[in-house]
Design a protein around this ligand. Structure first.
Ligand code: ACO
Length: 432
């Protein structure tokens, strides 16, 4: 990875008049950062940045996004172009290896994913151990952690990383589908080598042994596009978690499992489920979404318009734009009419004209319309965040690999400003 250039410096002046010079680093797209790596050593000061709103944790060559302009690129390729012209396996290769594959490379990569799709038969018993009410994210995260028990060579940092990458990319798809089958009491459907990545997932989700199942090319294309749109998003909460856990030397499976858990939260990947729950709640209560928006604006019960707002996008989320269009197209192609789509569109229309949302720069994010497409594909609401995890896998893997390969990587260990009690003497319990 070529590092950012150091072209100029910044001067920091402290309350006692002391000064320090800090290098300014500039990235490929002219984004500027002050390199504070020597700050504490030279001055004793640290920086305080709750929520890492201004902190670059790494230099990365994987994904570029500009929140003001609504730009998202993987390895330099525009998200719009990838969603239209590529498929998820090719995008995974691109993210992980840094370049688009040749026909031969694409074939080898795809074949490896096909060959590694089965999970160890003993792992099937795990599914039986979970109560039927288990959230599939709980099952997925623990199954991914368990993979490190089945592939103990992953604990050795010099083991075949590419093989682990192939395994995890392929088997998470199988685990996700098996978790769903188990939750509805249907027999597990083994993967079929004749099917491509997305089609194979749909087969494992929706086929049953008693009848033939033909994968719809419309659903296959929609799934590929959804997975591509979720494939990476630079240093978000779950990806930073993968990097943080991986920086301790934890193996790939453990690092990815940690990312899955970080993704689960409703402020992150869990928002796609929360959006549908919100839309359903509004519809059940009579469909008065204007009242719901008023409640949000008045912060009643700390309500938020789920699927709106983003830490980085302050203009529009390019993924949401693609998804809104896709939502109309997919629903029309498969002949589904979803009343929740009308509620969502009505809410978006009001919010985009409302001063509360405009002044806070709140726009639909990737989760606002994705749930409606997942519903149309037949995927149940509690599986939405699992779908997000499946899509985000190549991004997490690419970041884990970049972090491991970077000689500048150090264990992630932020500092703090202590605000607790000053030193005090221990008081024996009978004197308190
Ligand atoms: N609805 C209503 N108000 C909101 C929303 C929302 N969705 N999002 C932010 N705000 C308001 C906050 O109340 C706050 O108002 P205040 O200044 O009056 O206190 C202001 O906007 C800033 O909000 P923060 O939470 O400080 O913004 P932050 O950048 O930390 O949060 C986040 C971003 C978490 C995505 C937020 O917008 C949110 O909670 N959205 C809803 C959940 C969601 O859709 N998450 C998915 C994000 S995309 C992803 O992770 C895949």
């Amino acid at each position: 990875m070529a590092g950012a250039e150091n072209k100029s410096n910044a001067k920091l002046i402290f309350p006692d008049g002391k000064e320090t010079i800090l290098p300014v680093v500039v990235g490929t797209e002219d984004e500027h950062g002050v390199d504070i790596r020597s700050l504490r050593q030279e001055t004793g000061y640290i920086t305080l940045d709750t929520g890492y709103m201004n902190t670059g944790a790494t230099q990365s060559a994987i994904t570029y996004l500009d929140g003001e302009k609504g730009i998202l690129r993987y390895r330099g390729y525009e998200i719009e172009e990838l969603a239209e012209k590529s498929d998820f396996v090719e995008v995974s290769y691109l993210l992980i290896n840094g370049k688009l594959p040749t026909t031969k490379e694409r074939g080898v990569f795809g074949q490896a994913l096909t060959r590694h799709s089965l999970i160890h038969e003993d792992m099937h018993q795990f599914f039986a151990g979970y109560p039927p009410t288990s959230h599939p994210m709980a099952v997925l995260s623990s199954m991914v952690t368990s993979m490190s028990a089945y592939y103990p060579d992953s604990l050795d940092r010099n083991s075949a990383v590419d093989l682990h990458i192939t395994r995890i990319l392929s088997k998470v798809r199988t685990i996700a589908a098996f978790a769903y089958k188990k939750s509805i009491g249907q027999p597990l459907m083994y993967p079929k080598n004749s099917l491509k990545y997305a089609a194979n997932f749909l087969h494992m989700m929706f086929a049953v042994p008693s009848e033939d199942y033909e994968v719809s090319p419309i659903l296959e294309k929609a799934l590929n596009q959804l997975l591509i749109l979720h494939a990476d998003h630079e240093q978000n909460c779950s990806t930073s978690t993968v990097r943080m856990v991986g920086s301790s030397g934890a193996n790939l499976y453990a690092s990815i499992a940690a990312g899955i858990l970080a993704l689960w939260g409703p402020l992150h990947g869990g928002a796609n489920q929360a959006v549908i729950e919100m839309l359903e709640e509004i519809k059940t209560a009579g469909g008065d979404y204007k009242k719901f928006i008023d409640d949000v604006k008045n912060k009643r019960d700390n309500r938020r318009l789920m699927g709106f707002g983003h830490r980085v996008y302050k203009n529009f989320d390019p993924r949401a734009k693609i998804l809104k269009k896709m939502c109309d197209e997919v629903l029309a192609q498969i002949g589904v009419r979803d009343p929740l789509l009308d509620v969502a569109k009505g809410m978006e229309e009001i919010a985009l004209k409302d001063d509360y949302f405009i002044s806070k720069k709140l726009y639909p994010n990737v989760d606002f319309y994705s749930g409606i497409i997942y519903r149309a594909l037949g995927i149940p609401t509690n599986m939405f965040t699992v779908m997000f995890a499946l899509g985000r896998l190549p991004g997490w893997i690419a970041h884990w690999k970049e972090m491991v390969d970077d000689p500048q990587t150090k264990i992630g260990r932020p500092r703090q400003i202590y605000t607790g009690a000053p030193v005090r003497k221990f008081v024996p319990i009978d004197q308190r």
